[in-house]
Design a protein. Structure first.
Lengths: 352, 607, 607, 352
């Protein structure tokens, strides 16, 4: 359990944004995730982004599925309505909410299990429908809340807690999103605030479907025997109690900071290395084909391309497609929506 | 008993051959002549080339239930010829395409040969026209045979082809040809014939799905999410059709959002998201969709989110008989989803109620903050019913339930003497107050979740709190019982101890059956359920009768089960009359099951 | 009543702190001393940092139900301190980390301060060791306080750390430190203490999920498809663990296939595909998974495909209380899926039955060609139970049901006097014969479908055929009633008219409760259901008793409903005792509900 | 309804294959699809392929979901077991069947609604698992059986029967399959027997996941008002009966034959044109990246690349991953699978 949020008593010295709010006003309740969990870093980045954007928290709706990642919305934006729905179904619930009120900002939070396994279909079709929302996947390559099984985004051959190698290819959600017509697609690392916060801001400001795949190490279940730096006591101890996970070490959050156009090797808690390649101006993020190729070529070289991968500034969103009015549908009184008895006579006549 | 304005005529054709519209035109014409008619479309799960039937009962008395015993068969499908011929009652008529003569086993019926193919080949060159107008030719022959008013027929065709006058002329030409052939070659009119009447005056002819879609427009529904599935598809289409007519603003904006989802899980998820966010939202589906929606229904039940679900029932289990009717989802809907759940159900019995109960459904869903399912079926939903016209009371005010405005939220503690809690029962009716996202900068935000929560919507793993919350939700069901539509009670024998309980599409059959029985001196009291949970009236009716026959269209007597469990009716009182072959119920069936019960001897004799 | 070998001790800790294994070691040690113990793990739906409890009941008499009234609390979690202290019975003990002293409200309990943090900080440098060994230090203190045999403790730790001797030494050092502190500073042993006993001799200690997984290996299951969900996950893991041990061939091949599916719909689909193709296939899930699987369950029911589904029930509705126990899925499983369906359910009451009923489940599924659901729950599935050892009769022959070999297929018509039809009932038991793909070049192929079909598996839209087929499937359920395990009947008063019906995990509580009552002179007959449909014995028991108390762990008295509907037990006979706060049932609860019924006065007094 | 299959009475003159079987032995029951439906052409190609490959029909299992396309297996291989499962779930049922018996040939037939909408998740994960099967999508861009609604593979801006344009991007199943790790991916057109039959043969012989996206015009619901060649009577007539489809014209099957490296413009029943580009040796079908780019570039030019798009000759299938024995699991007697009472004593001991 980490204490990323302090008691809400305001300290006069706290900086305030244009709405005269402090960061605290954008925080949620105390996180119950493992100390050092990447998800908490992303939570902090979301708080920072909303604060800096001067967003009125109550005009934001935060939705999620089920998982450690899907718990995260409880830990940010306490003044926003939240909806922790069912596993893998955040996209459909968000679609309905968005149809009802186009004026709110919709932030959807999901996990790689929630999105790439049970929720793959809903994810793909929300993308295709150009739903106006920010969709953040806290991607740790495993099912955290159910204790570390592989997820579909887990890299081939990466061993899990129990040391068996993963035989299947990873699903690259960014590539899939671009292919399915997402208007805004970016990827980052939970510990890279410098890159993550601006990406979140850009995603929230984007009108249409904005997707962020954020690599977010799972402290607890990426700690496997194949790891270069292994915690003998811990592992031996946990092995002692058969398939019960028992002892979870408190870890430090992994942070990284590197310049555009450079790569950075991040060492995860288990000692395995992740090579991030931060795209620079050389990458034309307006070209869909190029974006897909950039992702693929980096992958071929064992690297993960990070940054803004693709954006299409001129996209319609679902409301444009459906030609809804500017006024949110949930604000139109039923009296105005009901054609009334006169009209009904005409209707009856047509059935005579 | 058959004769003028009282007979059944059945059309046996091939689907995709253009017969459906010809048959509809036929039925609509009699209807416009003021004659009560009830057409039943018996179609295959297929697009082209399989047998399809259209049964039209004509009843001056106004009985619209299906009736066995075909007086006239219009046999246009070689594939099903033998069976079709066999269905005709002795002394009945058979109209067929005599272009290629056939062998007959039956001498006890009158065979009318009409060389349709030959005629059409003679008159039209375009193969499409040849095929299409075949249908109008047999309709034409019928105008002669049963004495249909040509003017009325023309008006019906004209309405259907508005704006395509040259088509109207061509169609009427086909009608004339058929008519003339009939007048020349047969002794017209036959003993079964029609004459202008009053019974249908003032009524309308419409399908339940179109009525329900229109009802959703009138109820103020703005979010519709659906996935195609027979027989519910035309409900979403009906909503769209009428929304386009009534919901488009001057500047061309649409005051509604329809999403064709990728599957049923998404459809209900979208509807729930819309309901959570304060829009009247709904979806429509059938059997398989209900199963797929059940996880989400549990979420909406436990998180207390209003949503309306139309279940247009069809023959199950599994994919079953997608183009046949039934009432087999009572239990799966009443208790949809794992864990302890109970859901509010409404049972319309005809298109007029599909329309009116739509408004009720949305009011109840928002008042009770829970899913409400409208249990229609294929017979009501897809067949044209002669039914009472739609009415709307302009003074009706939609019940949006306990949704707090910014001001009410600020004044809540003062007004109620308790701080606001999303799941706190302050009024004693077990219904808490909800807030919508965006209502207030600092007040009213909360976290909606399917995990256990306390009265303030806080996550909890404390079992006593969990038990307290689900007890309150169960209590909400008692409140529901005071709000749902009351049953329709037909008391034919105030002192009678035998009752009959039914619901939905079987209404015409039951009422006609009870009329037959009454004529035979057997008076039975009947109650038509309109909703679940059961109201006091239902319990009183059960208490007042010693033997109750529960009539339903499923195998396992599911409504009887609900009555035993939820209305605590002693089971020995409850007897079952079940029909689950996918066809609409007949009055004869009702008469027989009742007689078996009250006068076994007589029933024996009857068989 | 508490004293030697008879008390309840509870550990309050933080999850992820390493306490779980220390606590397990503690319980296992008493168990090895021959003392009956029953540990209950009360854990959060979280990985690290939230409160978690471990309750151990020690009962020389061999009662393993949960018992209220904590005799000793090992309070190691500051977050829950206040509540934990409050739970201790007057005169009880509190062991806590006195490194930082606390304020006490209670003077009626004995407080034992153990400066654990301080000690650990003194002895170990590595922060991980400091944290980990805290747990062994309090275990060490307990060895002194309640007089635990050190040798046995060491053997238990050694087993758990096989191959890591240096760890064993370190752990024992921690134990010694705690023990010495206790012996020096407290008057050891306390009145609640342990001594070697006989009650646990010959028993084993295991979880129901591991037992079920092992059972599936013994039953010959080869295809396992699952999706992670608490509390069922460890069942698939248990299957894998034992399959790896027993199912790997010399050349390293695996005689099993486990697929971690992308969701529950896929998991049941894979299991059904495997069952269709002749492999014993299964899946395991919990509440939400049941809802998601319901469309597929209807397909397997109607297409008659064998498949086994383990439902490890948890607190519902919706996501509900994923880490608490319950029996809330009886109705949703008995009638899973839309349309008319009924499913076979088995109700194991402990890990030993999870093992043995696995073989029964696969036999029944293949014999009846239908889904069979094993209704376990979180308490049975995830807690360690002291239970009878597993036994296997090597002469047992698996019942693979009516699957035709090539030869049988060729000789079928001759042998049975009827041509083979996939859905033809030739034996009168409503169970048809099936063929597997690849059996014969020219015979036995057919099309499996969820749409309506005739006895020869041909697609049909003929309602009379559809009705005939589903009537036969319903009749198959009568056959099922003759094959499922018979109930366990405990007759304490042959002439008694009051009975009690229960099932599953409540067995220890019910039997202990009935013993208590018997000591008070109240004799009640009890029947434990092992399966649905209900066998004749169940109906006979209900007929023989005037008042029957149905004890279950759900809100809506779901088993009572099944008894009313499916065993036709008059409802006024059936009374309910319900507990649904997610905690395992206690004997005190059972005693109280029975007394309320049979001796209201006495019950009053008791309160 | 079309009569692609004749009464099974054998004509002595019928050619026979190595198993001494005639084409009739590979046929199924009479098709109930609309006359001219592309699905029937694919059915004919499957029959031809199996006949030419001398496959023993009873060693083939044919599985499908729900839809006109999913009915097709009834019309071929009458001697094979078939499984018409539930909508969108053919992949999971096939996975289980395949796990139970690795020795059969598995042919899965699905539609674009069945696969790209409700079944997208199962499709994607069957691909990822390298299930050894041939997966054929009869792709008509609409939901035929439920009367012509758009499917997710429908081209943007193509109007449906009711004349409304489709606002969403089409899902390209071939691209998705390659990206998700399919070992064999090809695309063809129902009427191009010359290309289709060899592709089906190659797919069936391939060990691993073989995917074929076959464009298969829907005669009945691709007949929309925007069409260049419109059938006045038909359309006017069908419009007359509100949202009831009534009259379905019998159409001729659309066939096409063109050389590798050339393009062919196919005119559909509604008059709309489809431009097919048949790949030749110039295309390196062993290069995943190239395959994806080829598909994308053709699409950018308004063309559909057809032929063998990608193949990876050296793939493991799911059985290799799971290390199952050569003997099918469903053939191992339970007596051999059950460890027996002796072993149980050891197990019990570990729980003491
Ligand atoms: C229908 C359903 N199936 C399974 C589960 C159990 N479950 C809870 S979280 C989870 C996976 C979470 O993985 P991911 O989405 O990656 O989130 P993480 O915990 O890794 O952040 C699963 C399978 C569930 N709650 N509901
Ligand atoms: C769960 C479920 N939802 C909906 C349906 C209704 N349905 C039957 S076929 C079909 C779509 C078929 O489209 P496609 O897969 O493209 O096949 P096609 O008919 O176009 O060949 C639908 C939605 C169903 N049978 N089951
Ligand atoms: S288990 Fe992994 S994902 Fe879940 S909270 Fe802990 S570190 Fe984060
Ligand atoms: S509706 Fe379309 S897809 Fe279905 S059978 Fe007819 S032509 Fe083929
Ligand atoms: Mg994850
Ligand atoms: Mg299609």
């Amino acid at each position: 359990m980490t204490y990323i949020t302090k008691p809400l008593a305001h300290h006069p010295a706290l900086p305030r944004n244009a709405l005269d709010l402090t960061r605290r006003d954008y925080e949620g309740s105390m996180s119950t995730l493992c100390a050092g969990c990447g998800h908490d870093s992303i939570t902090a980045a979301i708080i920072e982004a909303c604060f800096e954007m001067d967003l009125p928290a109550h005009r934001i709706a935060k939705l999620s599925g089920i998982g450690c990642s899907s718990k995260a919305p409880t830990y940010f934006l306490g003044r926003s309505h939240g909806f922790n729905s069912v596993h893998g179904r955040m996209p459909s619930v968000t679609t309905g909410a968005n149809m009802a009120n186009k004026d709110l900002v919709y932030i959807g939070v999901s996990g790689d299990g929630d999105t790439a396994s049970i929720g793959l279909g809903q994810f793909a079709h929300a993308v295709r429908r150009k739903l106006n929302m920010t969709y953040i996947v806290m991607n740790n390559g495993c099912y955290g809340l159910t204790k570390g099984q592989f997820s579909a985004t887990n890299d081939k051959a990466s061993p899990s807690k129990k040391g068996e190698a993963n035989p299947f290819d990873a699903i690259d959600l960014c590539q899939m999103a671009i292919q399915l017509g997402a208007g805004f697609v970016g990827r980052s690392f939970s510990g890279d605030k410098k890159q993550l916060i601006p990406l979140i801001k850009a995603a929230i400001s984007y009108k249409g479907f904005a997707f962020l795949d954020v690599i977010s190490p799972c402290v607890t279940f990426n700690n496997h025997s194949a790891s270069t730096k292994s915690f003998d006591y811990v592992r031996a101890h946990n092995h002692a109690v058969e398939n019960k996970l028992d002892f979870v070490e408190s870890q430090e959050e992994i942070t990284v900071s590197y310049a555009e156009g450079t790569t950075a090797a991040v060492t995860l808690h288990d000692g395995s290395r992740l090579i991030l390649n931060k795209l620079d101006h050389g990458h034309d993020f307006r070209d869909r084909d190029a974006a897909i190729m950039t992702i693929r070529q980096n992958a071929n070289e064992g690297q993960v391309a990070t940054g803004l991968l693709y954006v299409n500034e001129t996209g319609d969103d679902l409301h444009d497609v459906l030609q809804t009015p500017d006024r949110p549908l949930n604000e139109i009184p039923v009296s105005e929506l009901c054609p009334g008895s006169k009209a009904l006579e005409a209707v009856n006549a047509r059935f005579r | 008993m058959s004769g003028t304005n009282d007979f059944v005529i059945k059309f046996a054709t091939v689907n995709g051959s253009g017969s459906a519209s010809a048959n509809t035109i036929f039925a609509k014409t009699l209807f416009r002549m003021g004659i009560p008619v009830s057409p039943k479309n018996i179609f295959p799960s297929n697009i082209q080339g399989l047998p399809t039937w259209y049964e039209v009962r004509v009843s001056e008395a106004g009985y619209t239930a299906r009736r066995d015993g075909i007086d006239m068969m219009v046999a246009m499908n070689p594939q099903t010829y033998a069976n079709d011929v066999a269905e005709v009652v002795a002394g009945g008529w058979l109209l067929y395409d005599s272009t290629m003569p056939r062998l007959w086993q039956r001498t006890d019926i009158k065979v009318l040969g009409l060389p349709i193919a030959e005629i059409c080949a003679r008159i039209w060159k375009d193969p499409r026209q040849r095929q299409l107008f075949k249908n109008m030719v047999y309709v034409g022959a019928l105008t002669g045979l049963i004495d249909i008013d040509l003017k009325v027929l023309e008006s019906v065709i004209a309405d259907q082809l508005k704006g395509k006058e040259k088509l109207l002329a061509a169609n009427m030409q086909a009608v004339q040809i058929g008519r003339e052939y009939a007048l020349e070659n047969f002794t017209c009119p036959l003993p079964i014939k029609v004459r202008t009447a009053e019974g249908a005056k003032g009524k309308i002819m419409v399908t339940g799905n179109e009525a329900a879609g229109l009802g959703a427009v009138y109820a103020g529904a703005t979010v519709c999410a659906w996935y195609p599935i027979t027989p519910s598809t035309s409900l979403a289409e009906g909503y769209e059709k009428h929304a386009r007519r009534f919901r488009v603003t001057k500047d061309g904006h649409r005051n509604y959002a329809i999403v064709q989802a990728e599957d049923e899980l998404a459809a209900i998820g979208i509807a729930i998201g819309g309901g959570w966010n304060g829009a009247r939202s709904f979806t429509a589906t059938s059997g398989p969709g209900i199963s797929l929606m059940s996880e989400f229904l549990g979420l909406a039940y436990f998180a207390e989110i209003p949503v309306v679900l139309y279940n247009i029932q069809r023959g199950g289990p599994s994919t079953g008989m997608p183009t046949r009717t039934g009432q087999p989802d009572i239990i799966s809907c009443a208790y949809a989803s794992h864990g302890d759940t109970k859901h509010v159900l409404l049972f319309p019995s005809n298109p007029t109620e599909c329309f009116s109960m739509s408004a009720d459904a949305f009011d109840l869903a928002e008042r009770l903050q829970t899913p409400v399912m409208v249990m229609s079926d294929l017979d009501i939903g897809m067949n044209d019913w002669m039914t009472d016209p739609f009415t709307w009371d302009d003074s009706r005010v939609a019940d949006r339930g306990k949704v707090l405005s910014r001001e009410e939220l600020e004044g809540f503690a003062k007004a109620k003497g308790k701080p606001w809690g999303r799941y706190l029962d302050v009024d004693g009716d077990a219904i808490p107050y909800r807030t919508l996202p965006g209502t207030h900068e600092t007040m009213g935000s909360y976290f909606t979740r399917g995990t256990s929560h306390d009265e303030y919507a806080r996550y909890t793993e404390d079992g006593t709190i969990h038990a307290r919350v689900i007890d309150r939700i169960r209590k909400k069901f008692d409140t529901a019982a005071t709000l749902v539509p009351k049953p329709e009670i037909d008391t034919r024998d105030p002192a009678g101890k035998t009752g009959l309980i039914y619901f939905g599409a079987t209404r015409p059959a039951v009422l006609e059956g009870l009329d037959m029985l009454e004529r035979e001196g057997v008076r039975i009291n009947a109650l038509r359920l309109k909703a679940f949970p059961f109201t006091e009236e239902v319990k009183a009716f059960c208490a007042a009768h010693d033997r109750i026959l529960v009539v339903e269209q499923n195998r396992d007597a599911q409504m009887r089960q609900l009555l035993m469990v939820e209305a605590e009716v002693p089971q020995e009182k409850l007897l079952s009359a079940l029909n689950y072959d996918g066809t609409p119920m007949t009055a004869a069936f009702v008469r027989e099951v009742v007689l078996k019960l009250v006068e076994p001897a007589k029933a024996q004799a009857a068989e």
